[in-house]
Design a protein around this ligand. Structure first.
Ligand SMILES: *Cc1c(COP(=O)(O)O)cnc(C)c1O
Length: 420
C-alpha cells in the first residue's frame, strides 16, 4: 500500500500533485511519501510484536537523513555498511545502541569510529576482520560486541547480484566453519560475543528461503549453547521483496507467521534489517519527456532522467512501472517504446519495450518503486548533477536534498600548477 494515486486527473503523492513539485523544483526529482514510509515501518514492526525485537533500517537502501530520521523517531535503528553510513545514522539521531555494522571490508578507521560511537554490534564476516576488531578494541581499551555473519548456503531465488547467502558468495562465514570461528572468537581478549547474523539476499519474494536459512542458523545457536557460548541477539538480516510489476512477495505478517515460532524459541532479541520493503514503494522518480523518436521500427521516449539517476533498470534489467502524471494521457493511443535518458550508452534506459501512451514533449511521468536503491545508487556520470529529493507530508512538501549545481560537480578538483 502506498500514497501515490490520481486525484482529479492529476497524479499525487499524498495530497500534493507531483506536477506542482515539478514546476517548483524542476525535473528530474525523487519524491518520497512520509505517510508511506511510516506505514511500512509500522506494519513491519507490528508484524513481529510477539518477539522482543529491533528493526534496523538498512541505510544503503535510502540514505537521506530525513528518511533515516523518520524510522529513528518511530523507534527503529540502523543497519550500516560503512563509516559514511555510521556518520549519517548518528547525524539523523539513531541511537548507537540501535546500530549494527555489516560488510566484508571494514577498515581500521571504520572499526575505531564505530567502537567509539558504541554501536550495538559488528556483524563480522571473516577471521581476519575479527582479529582486526580485537586489535582496535584493545587499543581503545574496550570490548567489541560482535555477531558472526553466518552464510547458510540457501538460494534466495533472486537476481544473482543481490544473492548473498550462497556458499560461493563473498559474504559471511560458512555455516560449517562457524562453530569453530565462534570458539576462536571466544578466546580473544577484547571481543564480546553477543549475537549471530545472517542476510541471504534482497528482493526475496518467497517465505521458504527465509525459513530455510533461519532453521540452519538456529541449529548453530543451539550448538553454541552446548559450547557454553550464549548469545542475546539473532539478526536475521533484510531482503523482503516488494511488488515492482507482478511479483507477489509475502506480507510481513505472512513472513512473521512462518518464522515467529522459530524466533521465539531462541529466547533472544531479534534484529531485522529491512531496506527495500520499507522504502521501495514509498518513492518515485519524476521525469519529463524531452523528445520522441523512431529509429528503424523502434520508438524511443527520451526523458531528462537517466541511468545515472536510477541505475536499477540498467544494472539488473529490472522493471519500474511508469505512469503519466496527467490521467487523461492514459487514454491516448498506445505504442511500444523504450524510455531512455540522455546518457551516451545504449545501456541507458528506464524501460524497454514498454506499452505506454504517447507522450508529448515536456510532459511528465513518474517512474514508480524508486524509493530503494534509487538515489543512493545515483552518480554524476556524464557530469549530470544529482537530482533533488523531496519528502511529501500531507498537503506540504520539503526539499530534503537540494539539486546539485555544476559547481558541486567540480568541487575538490584541482588543476596542478604546471598545467596553468
Ligand atoms: C543490503 C542489506 C540489507 C537490506 O536488504 P533489503 O533487501 O533492502 O531489505 C540488510 N542487511 C545487509 C547486511 C545488507 O547488506
Amino acid at each position: 500500500m502506498n500514497h501515490f494515486d490520481y486525484k482529479e486527473g492529476q497524479f499525487h503523492c499524498e495530497d500534493v500533485p507531483l506536477a506542482r513539485i515539478a514546476e517548483e523544483v524542476g525535473t528530474p526529482f525523487y519524491c518520497y511519501s512520509h505517510a508511506t514510509l511510516l506505514r511500512h515501518f509500522t506494519v513491519f514492526d507490528q508484524a513481529f510484536r510477539e518477539v522482543p525485537h529491533l528493526v534496523c533500517f538498512a541505510v544503503k537502501a535510502n540514505s537521506n537523513l530525513a528518511v533515516i530520521r523518520i524510522f529513528a523517531k518511530a523507534g527503529g535503528g540502523a543497519d550500516i555498511v560503512s563509516g559514511g553510513e555510521l556518520y549519517r545514522a548518528q547525524k539523523a539521531g539513531v541511537p548507537a545502541n540501535k546500530t549494527v555494522f555489516a560488510g566484508v571490508g571494514k577498515t581500521h578507521t571504520e572499526i575505531e569510529d564505530a567502537l567509539k560511537a558504541g554501536i550495538l554490534m559488528f556483524n563480522v564476516e571473516s577471521s581476519q576482520e575479527l582479529l582486526l576488531i580485537d586489535l582496535v578494541a584493545g587499543k581503545l581499551g574496550v570490548k567489541a560486541p560482535v555477531a558472526l555473519r553466518v552464510n547458510p548456503d540457501v538460494d534466495p531465488q533472486t537476481h544473482p547480484y543481490i544473492s548473498t547467502g550462497l556458499k560461493q558468495s563473498k559474504f559471511g562465514i560458512s555455516i560449517e566453519g562457524a562453530l569453530e570461528e565462534y570458539k576462536n572468537a571466544s578466546k580473544l581478549p577484547n571481543i564480546e560475543i553477543v549475537g549471530m547474523h545472517k542476510h541471504i539476499g534482497s528482493q526475496i519474494t518467497l517465505v521458504s528461503p527465509f525459513a530455510d536459512a533461519l532453521e540452519k542458523t538456529l541449529e548453530l545457536v543451539v550448538a553454541l549453547r552446548d559450547e557454553g557460548i550464549n548469545i542475546s541477539y539473532v539478526d536475521i538480516g533484510g531482503g523482503l521483496g516488494i511488488t515492482y510489476n507482478d511479483e507477489a512477495p509475502p506480507h510481513p505478517d505472512e513472513l512473521a507467521k512462518a518464522i515467529v515460532p522459530m524466533l521465539k524459541e531462541t529466547g533472544c532479541t531479534i534484529v531485522f534489517e529491512p531496506g527495500r520493503v520499507l522504502v521501495g514503494n514509498a518513492g518515485a522518480l519524476v521525469t519529463r519527456a524531452l523528445f520522441t523518436k523512431t529509429n528503424a521500427d523502434k520508438t524511443f521516449i527520451i526523458v531528462d532522467a537517466a541511468m545515472n539517476d536510477l541505475a536499477r533498470p540498467s544494472l539488473y534489467g529490472s522493471y519500474q512501472h511508469i505512469v503519466p502524471l496527467l490521467q487523461e494521457a492514459a487514454k491516448r493511443k498506445k505504442t511500444t517504446a523504450d524510455v531512455v535518458g540522455p546518457i551516451c550508452e545504449s545501456g541507458d534506459f528506464l524501460a524497454k519495450g514498454r506499452v505506454l501512451p504517447e507522450f508529448y514533449p515536456d510532459e511528465l511521468m513518474a517512474v514508480m518503486s524508486a524509493g530503494a536503491y534509487g538515489f543512493t545508487m545515483s552518480s554524476n556520470y556524464n557530469s549530470r548533477p544529482r537530482v533533488p529529493e523531496v519528502l511529501v507530508h500531507g498537503a506540504t512538501y520539503d526539499v530534503i536534498r537540494k539539486r546539485e549545481t555544476v559547481q558541486d560537480l567540480v568541487r575538490g578538483e584541482i588543476i596542478p600548477a604546471y598545467l596553468e
